[in-house]
Design a protein around this ligand. Structure first.
Ligand code: HEC
Ligand code: HEC
Length: 314
């Protein structure tokens, strides 16, 4: 009987450690106090005006000046500078806008065009006192109804974006986070995926460009955004999701902007980060279950065997 009780105690102790202490430690780390508003961006008013795609296109290509800084690959607009050179000029590479219409919440996009610093919640960093100006100017209007013009541009960006089910985790991450965060386990750098090198010189040239880009980024943001390869190991989903929706709720004055992605984009970004942080998770989980089953069976046999041996001795 004593053997059986010991066995039960060991099982209880192991389960408590596994199922209780881990999650508790995580929730302390995970910013459990910040509530998740599920990417609703309640502070931004709904986008009520119906946009006109053709007018929006004319604005994006013309008076809106977007293509002066941004590439739009699907519309045949190539980047005018390489990422390292663009970062010297703007601090960061202005992202390609091909899929902005699906990656960002439409009302966020509208608010962003009207006032990027306000939408990103970076007012404490870019203001008259600090003397720092944000690299993307607020859209001043093109002579008509400014709100209508913005709705037109949003409609155009939505019309050229790929469909939601074609937006892969990789694309979602690279478009919305990849200009600032490297993910070395996925071979992602802020200037793009690490290519295969033919020789050492090529490798060094690439690494020098990454280093140049990171220098500019550091100067622009005041710190280098961390590599996110293993972020899912140290932070909970809850932390990452609420942090992305409003970084200021977690770290007052942080240089990480609110990026305004939709709930769907966020789910895909998480999938990308999970894959990077846990490349063998599925394997490990099924192996873990097998080992548990094996241990339980062995424990039963050990117990029965002990019973038989002791029976004769009593
Ligand atoms: C003078 C250059 C410049 C112009 C003009 C400009 N942008 Fe930007 N834009 C940038 C830079 C630089 C960033 C990246 C800022 C950052 O990440 O801190 C950016 C970021 C963005 C983002 C990403 C927002 C996010 O939440 O991550 C979108 C969308 C965008 N711009 C759309 C536009 C549109 C639409 C226009 C035209 C109305 C436009 N931009 C005009 C430089 C520019
Ligand atoms: C314009 C640059 C920029 C973009 C775009 C950006 N980040 Fe960040 N991020 C930062 C900076 C800077 C920090 C460091 C903040 C600090 O330490 O105050 C940071 C920090 C973080 C952290 C916290 C890491 C930690 O250890 O606490 C997470 C998580 C994160 N970013 C996720 C994302 C995700 C996911 C995206 C895309 C949806 C994204 N970021 C887009 C600049 C950026």
């Amino acid at each position: 009987m004593r053997g059986f009780i010991s066995l039960i105690i060991i099982i209880i102790f192991t389960s408590v450690t596994y199922y209780f202490i881990g999650p508790v430690a995580h929730s302390i780390e995970g910013g459990a106090k910040v509530t998740d508003s599920h990417f609703s961006y309640a502070d931004i008013p709904a986008l009520k005006l119906q946009g006109n795609v053709a007018k929006g296109k004319a604005l994006v290509m013309g008076a809106g000046a977007c293509v002066g800084c941004h590439s739009i690959e699907v519309a045949g607009i190539k980047p005018s500078m390489s990422p390292d050179v663009a970062a010297k000029a703007y601090g960061v590479m202005p992202p390609d806008l091909s899929n902005a219409g699906i990656i960002y919440s439409p009302k966020f996009l509208a608010a962003y065009i009207a006032d990027p610093v306000h939408a990103m919640k970076l007012g404490s960093k870019f203001n008259a006192q600090t003397g720092k100006t944000f690299p993307m100017p607020a859209f001043a209007g093109a002579g008509g109804n400014k709100q209508q013009e913005i709705a037109d541009m949003v409609a155009y960006l939505k019309s050229i974006a790929i469909s939601k089910n074609k937006l892969t985790p990789k694309l979602a991450f690279e478009d919305s986070c990849g200009r600032c965060h490297a993910v070395r386990y996925e071979k992602w750098t802020q200037i793009g995926s690490t290519p295969k090198f033919k020789n050492k010189k090529q490798k060094l040239a690439f690494e020098l460009k990454v280093a140049d880009y990171q220098d500019s980024l550091h100067k622009y943001l005041g710190s280098l955004p961390p590599d996110l390869s293993t972020i899912v190991e140290s932070k909970t989903d809850h932390f990452i999701n609420t942090f992305v929706q409003n970084p200021q709720n977690h770290i007052k004055g942080t240089a990480m902007p609110r990026v305004g992605i939709t709930a769907d984009t966020a789910k895909k970004v998480m999938a990308y980060l999970e894959k990077s942080g846990n490349p063998t998770q599925a394997e490990r989980e099924s192996l873990g279950k097998d080992i548990m089953i094996y241990l339980v069976i062995m424990a039963i046999f050990a117990f029965l065997w002990k019973q038989t041996v002791w029976k004769d001795l009593h």
